[in-house]
Each structure stands twice: as structure tokens, then as C-alpha cells.
Design a binder for this molecule. Structure first.
Ligand code: HDE
Length: 716
């Protein structure tokens, strides 16, 4: 397989290379051209005289500018806005019974991963806090080749068949005549499409829920979405669904807050991920699987191949099999986060596909898109995309080829190369597709088992707490309120009424419309079916009526840690240092961070005469960038009551249902509304440096938000 150089010659070559390397290292500090020529002047172009024209001869200037001119590559057609990190995956127990994938068999293997999170609709520079699905792509660099689990933070999808994907994306992207709105689904074309696609209703419930506005990328679940297959050594297959469960729990911000964050810091999620990793707070997720025996394929009320359906955890529990830790930020955004190429078709022996028609379409798309995005079929040679497994094949040439294959043989079978590279037998780790029997007619049709579009939309809606249901109604009222075409709003009200009559009535009220009594499309009529009139409308029963796992507030795996939460300390000259210190230390012990905010940067002097360093001024800080607020004691504190920025800070924190604590004179800064003092989300103490206040504040923050306040707010 190797070329036939003698060992002694290899040795001489290595010595020579070492020598060259040493020489070039000594030159490392110099600025050079791309050809290694040392540059003597990087400030002035070559000119005919001091004040004369520039000369075409200036190859150094031309190289620099030409490279610059070509620095941008096409952004991803979807998921353009992303942030990524390196880490590793560790297995808890061997899954040998189900899959032969090495990294899921051997507990001693620590598999490196690269994970990219993204929004879907916005451009590369768009805001992190758009209401949108989040991509959750994991590249496992396994010893048997790269395995990519390219999922989302929601377990279902809008459409059932890849044929509709370009339509969906065209509808949600900015409208083509004026390129508006950016990173938003609240516009006519999106809702026009959705209102004509009843199959999207389950996903719409997810996207209108708070899942679409996560507090942090570190606080979202991940899902493989499609049903995949596990194949074991005996070639037995099980169906599998993948889940990522965040150790920090699943949390969201409020919609008004999301919009304000977009103005204050459109890199909010990116920065949060970066800073957590830089600060050693490595985000962690556990990997869970739902496993379904081959024989049980048809035992469900829905089709396992339908990507608009999930398997309720009450029917098939999620088994936790390992954990993923992200512990290193990328060194270079472009080289890694931008150039990484994920592909659901990057699998390893032991993992295979189901016939989900959406997944099947994806298998073609992801290589194709890299050809135009990264510009060459050699994108696998870009460092971030390289497999750590040995790679040999007869593919040759192409733009930007990095490898220098040796020898004259680039075909198989061959005798001149000794037959290399060989095909691997199955017991040598060779990949083989599952031997599924297919006996079918070639058709362009939707299976009837895909025709129930509402049962799981109902299941999702019914599983939410009243608070979460209100958020869904508000989100729909916002989105449809931005839709100009009345007929689209009407069609949506018709679809919503098939999910929940009260939901439709609430949204209709906000839109100043009535829920239509005659529906344009009967219940559960699929798009293909409707066009061709082939199927009868069908009411499908859903035996599971409620699933706590679908609610962020009831989710049994919810975590009440406050680790990495940011708490704003509203301070001024004359603050009480003991009050600040007591709360700060208690928060630190719980893993949260106190951020001192004051009228100016530098330091402030406490009433005891101590200097306290300031982290942010009121000019920069905004409530929406914090999880909770503390107003400490101190003689100088009451002046904050007259400060406009502080008033807005507290008002926003209050409206976004954040926990607020105040002690001593800090209590005077709170607005004196009657309701405020009845509000269990506001904790006060007259005592200075009150440890009990700190304890109850930390416990309260474990709930993340005091959403019950929304009821009080509605009465305002
Ligand atoms: Fe994707 N998708 N997708 N998708 N997708 C892309 O590939 C596509 C779908 C998902 O961080 C593109 O490299 C088709 C479902 C993620 O780099 C593109 C269909 C799910 C990412 C593409 C789907 C996803 C992508 C754009 C329907 C959840 C970001 C750039 C058949 C399971 C990956 C790229 C990253 C990216 C096509 C449906 C998730 C164009 C045709 C369902 C997380 O190839």
C-alpha cells in the first residue's frame, strides 16, 4: 500500500525535513507572503515616487488584496448563524446488545466531538435570539470514521417529505422581493405555507413555545428527530431515537426579553457559550436513546417513519447511555465553525437509516451543499472535517486537493498496487447496509399512516402548563398579528381550532377576528391527499393524553441548579460592602456569578470606605442580559430610585418574571406598588448581609423564572 522507499531513505528524508522545519521555525516571527517571502514593508504599496501612482508590479499588494477579495464563502442556505465548540463523549454502559458501533460499545473510549448550534432562518450575522428552531449538530470523530448526529432542539419537523423542504425554506426566509424580515417567521409567506400544510401543526406548537427562545445554547435539549436504526453484530436491527438532555436543565427567556436582547447583544448565545467554556464551566449533555424492537415497528398509533411525530417517553422510556462535555472553544471561527461540514449520511458500522422520507432526502442534500459552499469535493480534507480513522481510497484530484497520493494505482480492483486498498469484510469493520426486505411498487404517494396531523399537536399543547399554553397563544398572536393577508390568518385560526378550541379563540381575540366555523380543509387531510382527494378524513386516537417530558416546566429531568447564572447587583457609591459580599459569596458557592453595576466603571467606595471594583456601568448593562437582580443595602443606594436606567432595569426584570432580591435601603429602590409586595418572586429583608435572604434567593432562582407573575401583570 505504501510506496517502496527503503527505510534508510525514509530516515534521510525525515532528517532533511526536520532541518527545514528548524530553519523555518527560526523565521516564524516574520511576516511573509503566501510563498514564504519575508515582507519588509506592510504599510506602503509600491508607487512611482512618493506621491505617484501605484504600480501593477506590486505582487505583495496584489496577493494581499486578492486573498482579501475572496475571504467570504457562500453562507449555509439554512442554519447560517452558528456557534460551535470542541469536546468529548463518554459512554456509561455498553450498547453491544443493540449496536456494533465501537464508540457505543467500549466504555474506555473517549470520543472527540465538535458541536455546532445554529438558528435556521437567519443569515450569518443575524441575531441569536430569533424565534426559531435551533440546530444541534454533533460530529463524533470515532475510530471507525466520522459519525454526525445532525439534529435540532425540537424532536419533530415541519414537513414529512424532503420534496417540501425547498418550499418550507423559501417561505420562511426573508421575502424575495424586498429581503425582509431577517431571521423571523412572522411574515405572510411563512404563514401562507404553514396554513396550507396541516402536517406542520405539531412542529408549529413547538416553534411557538418557549423552546424557540432558549436562555442559553447550554440549556436546550437536542433530538436526532428521525428514527434511525441500530445494527448489532448478529445483524439484528432495532429502531432508535436520539435525545440530548442538558445538565443545566431546559430554560427559556420571555419573548419581549428575546426581542430586547437582540438589540442589546445579538451575540448573546454565542458569547454565553464562549464565556462558559473559557471560564471552565463546561456545558454537559447526557445522551439518551429510545429503542424499539424491529417487531414493534407497527405497534404505535403513528408511523415511526413520520418525522412530524415523536415517541412519547411514557411509551418508550429514554435510556441514558453517556455524556458529552464541551471543553474547548474553537481557535478560529472560519476554519472550524464555518468550514465544518455535517452530514446525516456520515455513519459508522452499527448505525443505519430508516425509510423516513425526510431523512432519505437529507442523505443527498448535505454533500451537494458542501460542493457549492466549500467549493470542492475535497471538503473532507479541511482539518475540522478530517476523520481520525485511517483513510484510503481511489478518489483523486479536484480543487484544493491536500493529500499527495503516491504511486500509479488509483483504481480497484488492481494488481499493480498489490490490490490495495482492500475492501473490508464485515468482521473487519466493513460497513454494510441493513438487509431490509423491500417489496413495493414505485409510487409518488404519502402513506396513509402519515395522515394524522393533529393528535400529537394536541398532545403537546395539552402537556403544557397553563403558563406555557399562554406563551404559545401570545406567540401565535404576535406572529399572525404581523401577517397582512386576512385569509392566511383565517386559515390558521381554522387549523388552530383543530388543535385546541380555546387556543384558537384566544388568538382570534388578539387578531380581532372570529374562528371560522367551516374549515377550508377537513381534519387530518394531508397535502397530497387533499390535492388528489384520495383519502378520507380520519380522526385518530392518541392514547397518551399528557406527557410531562414535553413541558419545560414539568419536565421530570429539569434541573434546579443556578450554576453559571448571572445576577445583576445594582450598586452606587455608598453601597454596603457587607451586603454585597454576603450575597456574592453565597451565589458563588451555588455556581452563579455576581456582576457589579454602578453609574461608572472603575471602582466605587462603599459606606465603610472600601473600594469595590465595578464590572459594568448602567450605560452598558440591561436587565435582559441577566437572570436575576439584587439591590444591596447602603446609605448611597436610595439615589438609584431616581435613576432612569435603574427604573427601566427593575421594570424589565419584573416584567420578564425574574427573581428580585433587595435588602436594607435597597428595598426603597423597588417601586411601591401594592402588588409588588404580594409577589413571591420579590424577596426582601431589612437585615444587612442577610444569609437567610441569600439562601431563599438562590432556592427561588432554581426555578429560573417566577412565571406566575404574568397573572398579576395581566391585571395591570
Ligand atoms: Fe438540514 N440542511 N435539511 N435538517 N440541517 C443543512 O447542510 C436539508 C433537516 C440541520 O451546523 C444544510 O451543511 C434538507 C432536518 C442542521 O452545519 C443543507 C432537509 C433536520 C443543520 C440541509 C433538511 C435538519 C442543517 C445547509 C429535508 C433536523 C446545520 C448547510 C430533506 C433533524 C448543520 C449544510 C451545521 C443544515 C438540507 C431537514 C438539521 C442545505 C434537504 C429534519 C442542524 O444541506
Amino acid at each position: 500500500m505504501k510506496n517502496s522507499k527503503k527505510p534508510s531513505q525514509d530516515h534521510a528524508d525525515e532528517k532533511q525535513r526536520d532541518l527545514e522545519l528548524k530553519k523555518s521555525n527560526a523565521n516564524n516571527q516574520f511576516l511573509t507572503t503566501n510563498q514564504g517571502l519575508k515582507i519588509n514593508d506592510n504599510n506602503n504599496s509600491l508607487k512611482a515616487g512618493e506621491r505617484g501612482p501605484s504600480l501593477l508590479e506590486d505582487f505583495i499588494l496584489r496577493e494581499k488584496i486578492t486573498h482579501f477579495d475572496h475571504e467570504r464563502i457562500p453562507e449555509r442556505i439554512v442554519h447560517a448563524r452558528g456557534s460551535a465548540a470542541h469536546g468529548y463523549f463518554e459512554l456509561y454502559d455498553s450498547l453491544e446488545k443493540y449496536t456494533k458501533a465501537g464508540f457505543l460499545n467500549d466504555k474506555s473510549i473517549k470520543t472527540p466531538v465538535f458541536v455546532r448550534f445554529s438558528t435556521v432562518a437567519g443569515s450569518r450575522g443575524s441575531t441569536d435570539l430569533a424565534r426559531d428552531v435551533r440546530g444541534f449538530s454533533v460530529k463524533f470523530y470515532t475510530q471507525e470514521g466520522n459519525y454526525d448526529l445532525v439534529g435540532n432542539n425540537m424532536p419533530v419537523f415541519f414537513i414529512q417529505d424532503a420534496m417540501k423542504f425547498p418550499d418550507l425554506i423559501h417561505a420562511v426566509k426573508p421575502e424575495p422581493h424586498h429581503e425582509m424580515p431577517q431571521a423571523a417567521s412572522a411574515h405572510d409567506t411563512f404563514w401562507d405555507f404553514i396554513s396550507l400544510m396541516p402536517e406542520s401543526m405539531h412542529m408549529i406548537m413547538w416553534v411557538m413555545s418557549d423552546r424557540a427562545i432558549p436562555r442559553s445554547l447550554r440549556m436546550m435539549e437536542g433530538f436526532g428527530v428521525h428514527t434511525f436504526r441500530f445494527i448489532n453484530k448478529n445483524n439484528e436491527s432495532h429502531f432508535v431515537k436520539f435525545h440530548w438532555k442538558p445538565k443545566l436543565g431546559t430554560h427559556a427567556v420571555a419573548w419581549d426579553e428575546a426581542q430586547k436582547i437582540s438589540g442589546k447583544n445579538s451575540d448573546f448565545h454565542r458569547q454565553d457559550l464562549w464565556e462558559a467554556i473559557e471560564g471552565g464551566n463546561f456545558p454537559e449533555w447526557e445522551l439518551g436513546v429510545q429503542i424499539i424492537a424491529e417487531a414493534d415497528e407497527h405497534k404505535f398509533e403513528f408511523d415511526l417513519l413520520d418525522p412530524t411525530k415523536l415517541i412519547p417517553e411514557e411509551l418508550v422510556p429514554v435510556q441514558i447511555i453517556g455524556k458529552m462535555v464541551l471543553n474547548k472553544n474553537p481557535d478560529n471561527f472560519f476554519a472550524e465553525t464555518e468550514q465544518v461540514a455535517f452530514h446525516p449520511g456520515h455513519v459508522v458500522p452499527g448505525i443505519d437509516f430508516s425509510n423516513d422520507p425526510l431523512l432519505q432526502g437529507r442523505l443527498f442534500s448535505y454533500t451537494d451543499t458542501q460542493l457549492s459552499r466549500l467549493g470542492s469535493p475535497n471538503f473532507h480534507e479541511i482539518p475540522i472535517n478530517r476523520t481520525v480513522a485511517p483513510m484510503h481510497n481511489n478518489q483523486r484530484d479536484g480543487h484544493m486537493r491536500q493529500e499527495i497520493p503516491v504511486g500509479r494505482v488509483s483504481y480497484h480492483p488492481n494488481s499493480l498496487g498489490g490490490g490495495c486498498p482492500f475492501q473490508a469484510k464485515i468482521d473487519e469493520g466493513g460497513f454494510s447496509s441493513f438487509n431490509e426486505r423491500i417489496d413495493a411498487q414505485k409510487i409518488r404517494e404519502r402513506s396513509e399512516s402519515f395522515s394524522d396531523h393533529f393528535s400529537q399537536a394536541k398532545l403537546f399543547f395539552n402537556s403544557q402548563t397553563p403558563i406555557e399554553q399562554n406563551h404559545i397563544a401570545d406567540a401565535l398572536s404576535f406572529e399572525l398579528g404581523k401577517v397582512e393577508t386576512k385569509a392566511i390568518r383565517e386559515r390558521m385560526l381554522g387549523l388552530l381550532s383543530q388543535v385546541d378550541k380555546n387556543l384558537a379563540a384566544k388568538v382570534a381575540k388578539a387578531l380581532g377576528m372570529n374562528v371560522p366555523t367551516t374549515l377550508e380543509k377537513p381534519i387530518n387531510h394531508g397535502v397530497g391527499a387533499d390535492d388528489q382527494g384520495k383519502q378520507e378524513p380520519k380522526e385518530v386516537k392518541q392514547s397518551i393524553k399528557n406527557s410531562d417530558a414535553l413541558s419545560m416546566l414539568k419536565n421530570p429531568t429539569i434541573s434546579n441548579t443556578i450554576a453559571t447564572r448571572q445576577v445583576a447587583f445594582l450598586c452606587a457609591e455608598g453601597v454596603n460592602a457587607d451586603s454585597v459580599k454576603t450575597m456574592k459569596l453565597a451565589l458563588k458557592d451555588a455556581g452563579a456569578k455576581a456582576v457589579i453595576i454602578a453609574p461608572h466603571l472603575g471602582t466605587i467606595v462603599s459606606e465603610e470606605g472600601l473600594e469595590i471594583p465595578v464590572d459594568q456601568s448602567y450605560l452598558i448593562a440591561a436587565s435582559v442580559l441577566f437572570d436575576a437582580v439584587f439591590i444591596p443595602a447602603g446609605k448611597g443606594i436610595p439615589v438609584l430610585k431616581n435613576k432612569k436606567e435603574v427604573g427601566e432595569f427593575i421594570k424589565d426584570a419584573y416584567h420578564h418574571c425574574k427573581f428580585i432580591a433587595a435588602e436594607g435601603q435597597g428595598v426603597q429602590v423597588l417601586p411601591l406598588k401594592d402588588d409588588l409586595h404580594k409577589d413571591a418572586g420579590i424577596l426582601t429583608s431589612e437585615k444587612i448581609g442577610d444569609k437567610a435572604l441569600a439562601t431563599s434567593f438562590i432556592k427561588a432562582m432554581g426555578r429560573h423564572r417566577f412565571w406566575e407573575r404574568e397573572e398579576l401583570l395581566k391585571k395591570e
